[in-house]
Design a protein around this ligand. Structure first.
Ligand SMILES: Cc1cc2nc3c(=O)[nH]c(=O)nc-3n(C[C@H](O)[C@H](O)[C@H](O)COP(=O)(O)OP(=O)(O)OC[C@H]3O[C@@H](n4cnc5c(N)ncnc54)[C@H](O)[C@@H]3O)c2cc1C
Length: 478
């Protein structure tokens, strides 16, 4: 048995995804000694990019937006500007409907001209949104909200697939206020989403460059986590280390009890005044002491639903230029296909496939069909192939060759912000702060799921800990 000597730092962080790394960076910037502990052999969590056979594919997230202020701050801090890759001008987006891919409007002027994606009556009903009585309800599911505001057709053919695309979620389960707080807030404040957005657009914008579109890095999103880890002082990041428990010491510090991923008997301890729990919610729940004061926190975290997703990458030569161009296609529930959607990464970002080749990524599983993510690789490929060929008949048969494929499965892909989720998480955070002052939660199940939200969550966690350390102390759990 190997027992390493306890190590003392100012801030210890559990989890080396973008949340934990952003927290580590924030603490380091304030001159604090940091130790980040990550169970896997490498940092990045869901963010992981891989080069193979001339293709560059993403295991998890595939882009970030121009408005991603926390990510841009990290890009600036780490001097990664030259690594940033701007997506090609916004290409077409498609919705699958009645056995074909239907192009979405390219802009407001195209809304009435384009008759592919929606009926005239559906469009007129959408246009009536500002005149629908504003009745914001905290208990509205996203589907209820969308039907009420935009009408049944937009709810089914725009909102439900959009929700699959972002949350791999079920619009009948997600809370409108929880999953899309800005939309809900617009109705709450202005009585209408459209009016709220218009009023919001008149408010002064934060200073700084205006960036539009989608972004990545030349070598994939994995550039960012590696750059953060490399910029931290040596020994700040310990990978292949599982944290099992966090316990309190009489002097007000916290001890993280760890073991090596490959050897449970190789244990170690890290002591810190501040701890950021940036692991998935169920894991963070398990790390807390078995104190009755924490029972509600543990139960709330354990109850967060994380959906399974399979990502199916495939690519090949496109000799006859039949591969669809644009961003990708979403598939609404009830259209007879099991695939949630297909993205066209090689059409958005340069360098994703060899010259003259394409790279596409299908998504299956999610909250509505979790079993799909468990299907064998061949079955997943045939489901995505069928979806592509039905939606874009020009790709059927031997029109597109395939020389590359890769399936990635996540059992804990994306947290589902069900009705009441944010209130439950806010209560859990407050109860934890009371029982374990100096320990805080951060991650994609708290303040939004995008990598920008996660980075912001990690940065804010450190601010909160430092602010709290000057405030009152609560009851301590040991
Ligand atoms: C398929 C997919 C596509 C996505 N697409 C996009 C997109 O295009 N754009 C976007 O903005 N977002 C996207 N997202 C969402 C985004 O990627 C995630 O929400 C975000 O990366 C989560 O970061 P995190 O650090 O909170 O969690 P994670 O990345 O899950 O990191 C948590 C870390 O904790 C570690 N850990 C767990 N237990 C322990 C333990 N006991 N001890 C130590 N370490 C532990 C894990 O190994 C992991 O590395 C996508 C997600 C998926 C799955």
């Amino acid at each position: 048995m190997t027992v390493a000597a306890p190590e003392t730092v100012d801030v210890a962080i559990v989890g080396g995804g973008i949340t934990g790394l952003a927290a580590a960076w924030a603490a380091h910037k304030r001159g604090l000694r940091v130790k980040l502990l990550e169970a896997r052999g490498t940092v990045g969590g869901k963010i992981r990019s891989e080069h193979r056979d001339g293709y560059l594919f993403e295991w998890g997230p595939n882009s970030f937006m121009g408005s991603a202020t926390a990510i841009w701050q990290l890009v600036e801090d780490l001097k990664l500007q030259d690594e940033v890759l701007t997506g090609m001008p916004p290409g077409d987006r498609y919705i699958y409907r009645n056995r074909l891919a239907r192009r979405l409007p390219r802009g407001p002027g195209d809304f009435f001209k384009n008759n592919e994606f929606m009926t005239l009556s559906g469009k007129l009903r959408m246009m009536a949104e500002p005149f629908v009585f504003g009745d914001a309800r905290e208990t509205d599911t996203l589907l209820e909200f969308a039907r009420r505001r935009l009408g049944p057709e937009a709810a089914q053919y725009l909102v439900a697939p959009f929700v699959s695309g972002i949350y791999a979620g079920d619009a009948e389960q997600l809370g409108a206020r929880d999953a899309f707080p800005q939309l809900w807030q617009w109705e709450f404040e202005a009585g209408s989403v459209v009016m709220g957005a218009l009023l919001g657009s008149k408010k002064p914008k934060p200073a700084g460059p205006k960036r539009r579109g989608l972004f990545n890095f030349k070598n994939g999103l994995g550039t960012l986590p590696f750059a953060i880890a490399a910029a931290l002082p040596p020994d700040s990041v310990r990978t292949a280390t599982v944290v099992n428990e966090v316990t309190g010491q009489a002097d007000g510090t916290w001890t993280l009890h760890c073991h090596a991923t490959k050897d449970e008997t190789a244990t170690s301890e890290v002591r810190a005044r501040h701890v950021v729990l940036a692991a998935p919610p169920q894991i963070s729940a398990q790390l807390l002491p078995h104190d009755p004061a924490l029972a509600q926190v543990r139960a709330a975290l354990a109850d967060v639903q994380l959906c399974r997703v399979a990502v199916v990458h495939y690519g090949g030569e496109d000799k006859t230029h039949v591969a669809p161009q644009g961003f990708g296609m979403l598939i609404p529930p009830g259209e007879g296909l099991r695939t949630l959607g297909i993205l066209f990464p090689s059409s958005v970002f340069a360098g994703r496939a060899p010259e003259g080749h394409y790279l596409h990524s299908g998504f299956l599983g999610g909250a509505r069909d979790p079993d799909a993510a468990q299907l064998p690789d061949e079955k997943l490929f045939s489901l995505v192939q069928r979806a592509q060929e039905q939606a874009f008949p020009q790709t059927a048969g031997s029109a597109l060759t395939q020389d590359f494929n890769q399936v990635i499965r996540w059992h804990d892909a994306i947290p589902q912000y069900r009705v009441g989720h944010r209130a439950r998480m806010s209560d859990a955070r407050a109860a934890l702060q009371q029982a374990m002052p100096g320990v805080t939660l951060a991650g994609n199940y708290l303040d939004g799921i995008s990598i920008n939200d996660c980075a912001a969550s990690g940065l804010a966690a450190v601010d909160r800990l430092l602010a709290d350390s000057h405030g009152a102390t609560g009851r301590r759990s040991t």
